[in-house]
Write a protein that binds this ligand. Structure first.
Ligand SMILES: *[C@@H]1O[C@H](CO)[C@@H](O)[C@H](O)[C@H]1NC(C)=O
Ligand SMILES: *[C@@H]1O[C@H](CO)[C@@H](O)[C@H](O)[C@H]1NC(C)=O
Ligand SMILES: *[C@@H]1O[C@H](CO)[C@@H](O)[C@H](O)[C@H]1NC(C)=O
Ligand SMILES: *[C@@H]1O[C@H](CO)[C@@H](O)[C@H](O)[C@H]1NC(C)=O
Ligand SMILES: *[C@@H]1O[C@H](CO)[C@@H](O)[C@H](O)[C@H]1NC(C)=O
Length: 222
């Protein structure tokens, strides 16, 4: 009787150890995608105080945050494309290429980012084929002009000394600009979101739940 009990205990702790090790590996290998936002977006052609409807530049600052506490990120070149709606009064720019047109693009050269770090990328793009006069008329009615920014890159994560495989990352944001030429709201960043966001909250809750369950099991059997 005693012997088989001992064996059962041994077996159980072996399984638990195995389970915990697996959980530990899974926790240390899982990665969080970078969090990106547009912190500045300035269109001189739309600034009412300037009379420069022929200035075709858009200036912006893109912020990329690495939320991983212990993993670096390597970004490939980041492609950014800018679009407006064919209807100057629209307050958002749809995904349908039939009702929008691309007005500019630019590339941010790939880079490496340490764990927990923030990168601020100031850049600009020259636009073409935009009737800024028409957009300025829209702003006379105290509304906003909407732009869409599409972000495309691939990232890989550095875990200790090696990199994970590349992961495509496609994000977008709808940016509204008022007659100051700056985005609204002015002070708050605009998050770039993926077309189909993953239920991140649910996922983390599940992890916490399984860790708690394992701890309870261990405590119960010790
Ligand atoms: C865009 O227009 C083309 C031709 O008119 C049509 O075949 C296509 O379905 C349209 N696309 C969308 C997404 O509406
Ligand atoms: C630009 O828009 C204005 C106002 O809507 C219009 O009068 C003008 O003809 C347009 N210019 C071009 C080149 O389409
Ligand atoms: C501005 O608003 C007026 C009244 O609502 C409208 O008649 C006019 O077409 C609008 N202008 C533009 C450029 O949207
Ligand atoms: C970015 O643009 C370049 C050149 O157009 C293209 O070769 C590359 O595949 C693009 N990258 C992504 C992630 O879309
Ligand atoms: C708009 O232009 C005015 C006049 O040059 C300038 O003082 C102001 O800073 C510009 N607005 C923004 C948001 O940069």
């Amino acid at each position: 009787m005693f012997e088989s009990d001992g064996c059962g205990r041994c077996c159980l702790s072996f399984i638990l150890t195995l389970g915990l090790t697996a959980l530990f590996f899974w926790l240390s290998l899982r990665t969080d995608k970078p969090k990106c936002s547009i912190e500045h977006f300035y269109v001189p052609a739309l600034n009412k105080s300037l009379n420069s409807p022929h200035n075709t530049s858009i200036y912006f600052m893109l912020q990329l945050n690495n939320p991983n506490k212990d993993k670096g990120i390597h970004y490939d070149n980041v492609n950014l494309t800018f679009s407006v709606s064919n209807n100057p009064n629209a307050t958002s720019v749809s995904n349908n290429p039939n009702t929008t047109h691309q007005i500019g693009n630019t590339t941010i050269v790939g880079f490496r980012q340490g764990h927990g770090k923030k990168a601020k990328k100031w850049n600009f793009t020259e636009t073409n084929g935009v009737n800024w006069t028409a957009f300025r008329h829209v702003l006379n009615n105290s509304t906003v002009v909407a732009f869409r920014v599409d972000f495309a890159t691939a990232v890989k994560y550095k875990i200790l000394f090696w990199y994970t495989k590349r992961d495509g990352l496609k994000l977008r944001a709808n940016v509204e600009v008022d007659s100051s030429g700056e985005k609204v709201p002015r002070k708050k960043g605009i998050k770039l979101t993926s077309a189909a966001p993953l239920p991140g909250g649910c996922y983390s809750a599940l992890v916490v739940f399984s860790v708690n369950l394992s701890l309870l099991l261990i405590l119960g059997f010790m």
